[in-house]
Design a protein around this ligand. Structure first.
Ligand code: NI
Length: 153
């Protein structure tokens, strides 16, 4: 396994819409292992492939219940609303409040290509939304502004 350099805000790859994964190759399985290693090394709870310079729809997550990878994750249902503090390994030193759905249902493939459905709440729901945003070129700092705007109304 290898610890990969994490791309920081300002890097174009963080603003690209990542490509769907068509095939789970050995190379991509190794990439997933390296992403998990990199996430732990940086004390993160989630990491998206664009953050290590790969513009593909792959995320890894561990909110304290063990690591897992999701490939081509899609939010199928979202409900409720919660505001809490977030940070991002690509934006060191910044933490702020972000409004997220409290519950999400996410469909994806696991690292063996098997379809999985995750019914998430709390921190896991927040983490999944944050990481899936990365696959669409969205950073949490984009959403702080929206929350502040709403508060001003
Ligand atoms: Ni992030």
């Amino acid at each position: 396994m290898a610890i990969l350099p994490i791309r920081k805000v300002g890097d174009d790859v963080l603003r690209q819409v990542a490509k769907p994964v068509d095939k789970i190759t050995k190379k991509r399985k190794k990439l997933i292992k390296d992403m998990i290693e990199t996430m732990y090394d940086a004390d993160g709870i989630g990491l998206a492939a664009p953050q290590i310079g790969v513009s593909e729809r792959i995320i890894v997550v561990d909110v304290g219940e063990g690591p897992f990878a999701l490939i081509n994750p899609e939010i199928k249902e979202a409900s409720g609303s919660e505001i809490d503090v977030e940070g991002c390994l690509s934006i060191p030193g910044v933490r702020n409040y972000v409004k997220r759905n409290a519950n999400v249902v996410v469909d994806a493939l696991d690292e063996d290509g098997k379809p999985v459905r995750i019914d998430a709440e709390g921190l896991l729901a927040r983490c999944l939304q944050h990481e899936i945003d990365h696959l669409n070129g969205v950073l949490f700092t984009d959403k702080i502004e929206q929350v502040e705007d709403e508060e001003k109304v």
